[in-house]
Design a protein around this ligand. Structure first.
Ligand code: SAM
Length: 265
């Protein structure tokens, strides 16, 4: 099934981005800058990936960047399942052409898979792939912005996101959304370019930044802080992949809601 949101950018504005109006465009205002930056990130991603959807799966980056990330995600799912044939609800955010969702569907897991992307042509590719790989129970493909996930609280057991996070203008809001849709004990696995060593800095902050322009590869310490702020526990971070290094950050939604003040009984 594909759910196409005709205008995923029409979600409610964030607090720091006021609604359009004469005052919102006061020259030099911080709100104006935030709005422009968010617009540049979103329209940049839309342009880049709309044009790339057709040939994306043939890109050399699949070998050097995307596939190593899928393998790390699969490892984390296997670890979460702990060797049991556990059924789970998976949400893959920024799914692109749905390659990772297809890998999960073809593995032996009784998984209910949802894949989400902002760009409609990527969603179409993902839907076609999902129907080819597991026609009897294809993944749901949802066209939406990662910042406003169209799902109820605690709808998923696992949330994954690979090589997409640097396109998000409000990364804090996205991590908070990821946490919101995870059920207690659920796991978030986020993978993106590691820019904290010389190789990573050159690849992501120099080359990719020059090509993609409106993107931000967050340092490992910032990603960690965003996870903590959103309430994730049992955080782990590691670096994988030598030539195009990737940062894998894993966090879990607490199994019990924190006490609202006071000492636990
Ligand atoms: C480099 S691709 C990665 C795709 C896939 N995760 C993979 O590893 O092959 C980045 C994807 O992020 C998506 N994307 C960018 N901004 C987004 C946003 N705000 N919300 C959801 N998806 C977004 C793009 O449309 C694109 O498909």
């Amino acid at each position: 099934m594909i759910v196409v949101n005709p205008n995923p950018t029409s979600s409610p504005p964030r607090e720091d981005v006021p609604p359009a109006g004469p005052s919102a465009f006061a020259a030099g205002s911080e709100h104006d800058d935030a709005r422009r930056r968010a617009h540049a990130f979103r329209s940049g991603a839309d342009r880049q990936f709309h044009g790339w959807a057709e040939t994306y799966d043939r890109s050399l980056l699949n070998t050097f960047l995307f596939r190593p990330a899928y393998l790390a995600l699969l490892e984390e799912i296997a670890d979460w399942c702990g060797g049991e044939a556990r059924s789970f609800r998976l949400l893959d955010i920024g799914c692109g052409t749905g390659s990772f969702a297809a890998l999960v569907a073809s593995a032996d897991w009784p998984a209910r898979i949802t894949a989400l992307d902002f760009v409609t042509s990527m969603c179409r590719k993902a839907r076609d792939k999902a129907e080819r790989v597991r026609p009897e129970r294809p993944a749901d493909v949802v066209n939406a912005d990662s910042e406003h996930l169209p799902f109820a609280d605690a709808s998923f057991d696992l949330v994954t996101c690979s090589n997409s996070f640097h396109h998000y203008p409000h990364q804090d809001a996205v991590v908070a959304e990821m946490r919101r849709v995870l059920a207690p004990g659920g796991r978030l696995v986020l993978i993106d370019g590691f820019r904290d060593n010389a190789v990573g800095w050159f690849v992501f902050d120099v080359i990719i930044q020059r090509i993609e322009k409106n993107v931000h590869h967050a340092p490992w310490s910032l990603v960690r802080r965003l996870f903590e702020q959103a309430g994730f526990v049992n955080l782990r971070q590691r670096k994988i992949n030598l030539l195009m290094p990737l940062l894998v950050t894993v966090g879990e939604a607490p199994t019990e809601a924190p006490h609202a003040g006071g000492t636990p009984a």
